[in-house]
Design a protein around this ligand. Structure first.
Ligand SMILES: [Fe+2]
Ligand SMILES: [Fe+2]
Length: 163
């Protein structure tokens, strides 16, 4: 059985994952409108992945006797100043999520809820991979001028890990 505090923090995480999914979806739609099909696909795929994260939290909460709540989702930005800026915003968001996942692990440890502590380890690894993957894209974008963006747009899907 989850503590009241744990149930709250896990439900808060459901909301964070669904917002992440919406944010990536907004980035995908923006990139598609900019004619950047590869970058749009990367963001669409990322949006799906965040939805899977949300589902994992919902299923875990319910499995542990809590009641997972479906949250109202804040509207993400419609436009982004550029590709680099969009990925910078994605990295900032991932770092915020990593902090929230760490807080769950810390609470689980404090409460001696070792089932949750063990379960959340997958997300700790996932966040490390996502930060690394977005940082890698930002590093490459910094090497490109405008002309390089066309080639980059074609190649970005091959830069996805197998997660
Ligand atoms: Fe996530
Ligand atoms: Fe993420």
């Amino acid at each position: 059985m989850l503590s009241t505090k744990m149930l709250q923090i896990l439900n808060d995480q459901v909301a964070k994952e669904v917002y992440a999914s919406h944010l990536y979806l907004a980035m995908a739609s923006w990139a598609e409108n900019e004619g950047l099909a590869g970058i749009a696909d990367w963001f669409y795929a990322q949006s799906e992945e965040e939805r899977e994260h949300m589902m994992k939290f919902i299923r875990y909460i319910n499995e542990r006797g809590g009641h997972a709540e479906v949250p109202l989702v804040e509207k993400p930005p419609k436009d982004f100043p550029g590709v680099k800026e969009a990925f910078d915003a994605a990295l900032d968001h991932e770092k915020m999520v990593s902090g929230a996942i760490n807080d769950i692990a810390a609470l689980a440890f404090d409460e001696k809820d070792f089932a949750t502590h063990n379960w959340i380890q997958w997300f700790i690894e996932e966040q490390r991979e996502e930060e690394d993957s977005v940082q890698g894209i930002i590093d490459k974008l910094e090497l490109l001028g405008k002309h390089g963006l066309y080639v980059f747009d074609r190649d970005i899907m091959s830069m996805r890990g197998d997660h």
